[in-house]
Structures are given as C-alpha cells and as structure tokens.
Ligand binder design. Sequence first.
Ligand code: ZN
Length: 217
Amino acid sequence: MSETKLREDICRFGRSLFERGLTPGSSGNISVRLDDGGWLVTPTNASLGFLDPGKMSRLDANGKLVSGDAPTKEVPLHTALYQTRAARAVVHLHSTHSVALSMLPEIDPRAVLPPMTAYYMMKCAPTALVPYYRPGDPAVADAIKGLAGRYSSVLLANHGPVVSGDTLEAAVFATEELEETAKLYLLLRGLNPRYLSPEQVTDLIKTFGLVLPDHPH
Ligand code: ZN
C-alpha cells in the first residue's frame, strides 16, 4: 500500500474513532509501519478527528523524525509493540469503557476480560493489563516488552488500550472490539452473566487457530 494512501487511511480511521467518541480531545494516537522499517505516526497534541495527511510524523527505522510535525509523546508505547510483535499498525485510545475496566479490582492482569464473545476472542483476546505509569515514564515500554509479544492487545491501567494488527484496519477494528467488550462487561457486572464455556473457547481455538498465551480458562 502506498504511503499516500496510508496517510489518508490514518486520517480517515482517526476521524471515525473521534467522531464516535472513542477518544476525546487530543488523546489517542495511531502508527503504521512502512516497508523501509520507518513509521507514520500521528503528531503530538493532534486530535484524531482533525488530522492532516501532509503533517503526519514520518519516522525512519531508528525512530528519528524525517518529516512532518513532531510525533506523539506516546511513541514508546507503539515501538514497544513493534519490537516484540510482527505488527504493521498500532492504535492507542483513551476509550471510556476500556479505561474504566482497567481500574476494577477483580481484573486478571493476564486476561482483563473473560471470554464473553467469539469476536473478542478472535480479534483481541487475551488482553494483558500493564500497571499504571505516569505519562512519559519510559518504564511503560519496558513493561510492554516484558510481555514478550505474547499479547496483541494490552490495557494500560488508568490510561487506555494499545492494540496492534497486521493492517491499520485490523488494529482499529480490534481496538473497537476491545472497547465494546469492556462496555458489555460493565453493563453485566454483578448480574452473573453466562460467559463462553471452556468447551466453547476450545472450539474457537481449534476452528480459528487462535493462539492464547497463558490461557486462564
Ligand atoms: Zn495515552
């Protein structure tokens, strides 16, 4: 896919996420890995709703800015996932239900959500919880790297999700799936809902070739 098309796609998906209230203000950021090993990243202090394809931060393979505005300060969240997974795109949002979920006391750090729906299991599961770090603390990247690429989606406590994908579209859709599943969890919390049974999860794993590290169920 051409870099011009990727720049336009980042703007299009960013606007869509912003307009649906999935990341407020200037929060959230998106990156896409390019064939030369560099990245396109959304700029610092930019709202995902009003991105300019010509101002996108273009980084080289060493993370150095080659053109465009200065990149988001949250670049280390993205590079930590790229360094441990063969991902092509990373999406990070401050999406309300996922952030709310990250603060609940019962959350299993190896799987923040139970097996609620087949699509969550197929697109994101499991999602690991990364402890709280203050913004800009480089230790958060080390915490993500410590997961050794076993998770395609992580949830930063009191902050928001970071989700990788083979394409930008896949990363965006997986982030949306995580947010919607977090919303379902909050809706059902305390109502003793029926989640997928271990047999149903095993069937999904077999049928769709899912790889679930530390599978807790
Ligand atoms: Zn953030």
